[in-house]
Each structure stands twice: as C-alpha cells, then as structure tokens.
Design a protein around this ligand. Structure first.
Ligand SMILES: O=P(O)(O)OC[C@H]1O[C@](O)(CO)[C@@H](O)[C@@H]1O
Length: 530
C-alpha cells in the first residue's frame, strides 16, 4: 500500500471516543474485509458470551464461578442485590479507611501519621497496584508505597532497608485472594519478625485483603489486625485491580479511585457495543486474531511512549498470558493457546531490541501507546520549535513507519493524558479484549490450571529438603549423594537433591559438600555437627 492508501485505511478503521479522548488504530494490522466478514459470527457469539458473563453466568466452568469484575465499576449490573451491596460497602469501607489513615484517626501506636505502605502480594495481588502506583501516584503521596512480590531474601532486605527508620510509621498490606500463596506468606512472616525485633506491634500496622475463610483471614482475625477487606471468588487475581486489591493501595497513595472506576465504567459501556467497528475491545481482539491467526503465532509487544506507563506491559503480561495461555479449549480439545506479551517503553526500547523487530524474525505485532499531553506545564524547546516531547512522538511515528515498511504490523492506542480516568479505561479495555478473544478461540480465560503444576512441584522439592536434612543429621560420616538420596527414597530425584544440598552449602545452612564440584557424582555430603 502506498501512503495515500494507508492514510485512507487509517481513516476507515480509526476508532475515536470523544468523551474519553481515546483513539484506537488497527490500520497497520494486515487484514481485509473478507476476514472481518468471516469473523463476524464468532464475534456475535463472543458478544453474547460476555453479555451472559455480565449477567452472572458461570463463565469459569472449571472452578464453577461467576466472573464479575465488570460489576465492580457498575454495581447496578451485579446479578443480585447482595452482591451489589457487598461491592458498594467494600468501596465505601476502603474510602473510609484511607480517610482515617490520612487524617491520623488510624495511626501508628507511637502516634503521628503513617508515612509508608508496604504491600505484600504476588501476581494479580501486586501487578495492578504496581502499574497504577507508577502511572498515577502523586509526586508527594500521603503514603509512599513499597512492594514485596517475591520470596527472595535479598529483595526483602532491600525493601526493608529502604523503609529504614520509617518502619514504625509503615502500614503493611498483605494481599492474597487464596490466602495461602507461599511467597506472600513468607514475606508477611519475615516482615512481622522485623516489626517484632524492633519492639513494634505488627498487628497495629497490618491489614489484609483476602478471600473469605482463607488462612490469611484467620490469621488477621486472630491477631486483630487493623482491618480486613474482602476479595470475592468472582473476581480473578489478574482482574482485581479495580477491586479492594487495587483500590486500597491507590486510595492510600492519594490516587482518585472513584475516577479510575469511572474511566473503567465508561470504557465498559463502549466495549459492550455489538458492532466490531464501534467497540474498541473488539477491534483489539480482531487485530490480535488477525496478527496471530487465532493461534498466538505472533507475540504482542507493548510499547507505551510514556515513562509512567512502564509497568503496563508487565501488568498485561499476566492479564493476557494467564488468561489466554491454555492447553485445552472449552470442549476439552488440545489447542495450546496463548499470546506472548512483552515490552517496556518507547523510545528507550528502540535502543535495546527494536533492531530485531525491524530486521529479525517477524514473529510479533506491536502496540504503541501514545499520550498526547507531553507534560504538565510549559514545554522546553531543545532545538528551535522542537521539544523533547516532539522527539518522543517522532520516535514513535518513525518506528511505526520503519516497521510497517518491513511488513511488521502494529496497533496504536492514543490517550489524551495519563490520569485516573484513562488508566481505569485502559484496564477495562484490555480486560474486555481478553474476554472477547478468549471467546473467539473458545477457551476459559478465568482459570489457571497450569500454575498449579509448578506449585506442587515446588512443594515436593521442599519435602525432599526436609527429608535430606533429617537424614543427614542422623548420618555420622560423609556420604555420597546417591546413597543419601537412596536413604530417603529419592534415588530418582538425584538432580533435585544435589541442587538442594548445593544451595544449603552455599548459604552455610549446616550442609558441607566436598569433592570435585564439576563432577557432582563424586561429591560427599556431611552435617558438621555430627
Ligand atoms: O492472590 P493470591 O491468591 O495470593 O494469588 C496470587 C497469584 O497467584 C496465581 O493464583 C497463580 O500464579 C495468580 O493467578 C494470582 O494472581
């Protein structure tokens, strides 16, 4: 296509909503009218599926659950009066909590006001709050947020060192829908110990966001934490940013959470339309399908040209990959679906991997995110009539053109500003696009059976560790790996046993390994206390 044809195609496919100031351009994705016509019946079904989901159908059949994140921003849509009341009450309770914290009614036992929040959670219990904090937290937030989203001891130490002597003024938010995620539990136990070691009452600093009757809820109740906010089984972790999970963290940082909900509600109204061209989420799903032939053949590279949106791709990675990455379809057929998502920000990534995007393997499509407003306040010119923001746009458009010349496809989303309304709308846009795409490819977007396999395997590793240590403590002389593994009936897990022992040895945890480390079979292991 020449430039005149591309310009025409841009206008033919441009989506614009005046109220939100949102543009979506899928003109640089390679599809034709015949493809759209052929997709229409699938979209009709997808629109019906999502309407049923919003009305309270069991959209997550494997877990026998409704899927209700749409109700969070429009409680009137909730299928029962109880659910509606629950949503409204939780939101009001969060606003009330943040007001009490900000005003000092809820305060540290030593007096004064809370200055920091330490948010402990992982996956959907971290990624949304992290993205939103980066995108929207004011320069001088009433509370500064820190995250523990792993069980990495050095990572935990680093965050606690950053907090330093503000620990007595730090609120701790422990977030886990299941209430049993080991990384989160470990973070909580380590942080609790640091509070206790400093003579501080952890319970007077902590609040929980968790599912009903979870282990975490029991602990928070028993230890009389400051508060407990509910997570409901009809909100998945990766769609929980606009539930208590994201709301509490955002509100405490001084972000206008009601506006986030408003932006999401506005986008929901737009993405409920049953005409592909008038529905921005359907346009995204159409573009994803066209690019990857409905099989995820191409990766999705997300490039926001705005530093504050840096974590958008990371957030979308879970939303899209945990939702769409499925072995079986809804009929039980093996399909191995999914779309790989990566990206950071432009133009920074231009100096990292855009070389490969333009000239290397053509296995991706890009999503540029353009923000019209450069900055608050006056613009500085770095050259005559040219600002840094002009360069940013120049790099975006230049990269789009350079890629397009080489048949690399792209979508461009344009928003007027990064604010509560547009961020809420972006979240809702992608949540809906994922729901529509899942329906197009006939998969359950709302379960995550694949994650369980890794969790079970990790538990079995820790079980072997316990047995190895017990056995070693009863062994008087150095013993070969093979003999030790055989004693605990783990001869078939020799590699795992060796790696556990090597880790314990490296951390001076009582285990001594001796011998030739390039020949693990030759190593002898002992417990020096013996
Ligand atoms: O909130 P939870 O239950 O601790 O789970 C954290 C994350 O773990 C997963 O269940 C699986 O990795 C995600 O879906 C979820 O967001």
């Amino acid at each position: 296509m020449d430039n005149a044809q591309l310009w025409q195609r841009y206008q033919d496919w441009l989506y614009y909503n005046e109220e939100l100031g949102f543009y979506i351009d899928i003109s640089r994705i390679d599809f034709d009218d015949a493809f759209v016509a052929q997709m229409e019946p699938k979209f009709d079904k997808a629109f019906q599926d999502i309407a049923a989901t919003e009305a309270g159908a069991i959209a997550n059949p494997d877990e026998n659950r409704m899927v209700g994140h749409y109700w969070l921003r429009d409680p009137d849509l909730a299928p029962t009066a109880e659910l509606k009341q629950d949503i409204v009450e939780t939101q009001n309770k969060i606003i009330d909590f943040k007001e009490k914290v900000h005003s000092g009614v809820i305060c540290p036992p030593s007096g004064g006001k809370f200055t920091d929040i330490l948010s402990i959670g992982i996956g959907g219990s971290a990624l949304g709050p992290q993205f939103v904090a980066q995108a929207l937290a004011p320069h001088n937030p009433p509370l500064k947020i820190h995250f523990l989203d792993n069980t990495d001891p050095a990572g935990i130490d680093k965050v606690l060192t950053e907090i330093g002597d503000r620990l007595p003024y730090t609120l701790v938010s422990v977030i886990s829908k299941s209430g049993g995620t080991p990384e989160t539990r470990n973070g909580m136990l380590e942080v609790k110990k640091v509070y206790e070691d400093n003579g501080l009452d952890f319970s007077a600093h902590a609040f929980a966001i968790t599912g009903k009757n979870s282990k975490l809820e029991a602990v928070a109740k028993e230890e009389r934490w400051l508060d407990i906010f509910p997570m409901r089984d009809w909100v998945g972790g990766r769609t929980s940013e606009l539930s208590a999970v994201g709301m509490a963290a955002a509100a405490l940082q001084g972000i206008y959470v009601r506006d986030m909900l408003k932006g999401a509600k506005m986008m929901d109204a737009l993405t409920r339309k049953s005409s592909i061209k008038e529905n921005p989420a359907a346009l995204l799903a159409l573009a994803w399908y066209a690019a990857g032939h409905g099989k995820g053949e191409k990766d999705m590279v997300i490039l926001p040209y705005k530093d504050s949106l840096l974590l958008f791709s990371r957030y979308l990675q879970q939303l899209i990959m945990e939702s769409l990455g499925k072995e079986k379809d809804l009929d039980g057929k093996t399909v191995n679906q999914g779309i790989a998502v990566y990206g950071n920000k432009g133009s920074t990534d231009q100096h990292a991997y855009v070389q490969q995007l333009r000239e290397g393997v053509n296995n991706f499509f890009l999503t540029f995110v353009e923000v019209l407003e450069d900055r608050e306040g006056d613009t500085v010119e770095v050259e005559s009539n040219i600002s840094s923001g002009d360069y940013l746009l120049g790099f975006l458009l230049g990269t789009r053109e350079a890629l397009s010349e080489k048949q690399r496809e792209s979508i461009t989303i344009t928003i007027p500003q990064v604010n509560e309304i547009t961020v809420g709308a972006l979240i809702a846009l992608y949540e809906r696009a994922v729901g529509i795409y899942a329906s197009l490819v006939n998969i359950n977007a709302y379960h995550q059976p694949g994650v369980e396999a890794g969790k079970k395997a990790a538990a079995s590793v820790l079980d072997i560790q316990t047995k190895l240590i017990e056995e070693l403590q009863n062994t008087q002389t150095p013993i070969s790996l093979e003999d030790l593994a055989s004693k605990i009936q783990a001869s078939d897990r020799l590699e795992i046993a060796y790696k556990i022992l090597r880790h314990l040895h490296a951390n001076q945890r009582g285990v001594i390994l001796e011998g030739n480390f390039s020949n693990p079979d030759s190593l002898k292991v002992s417990w020096p206390g013996n």
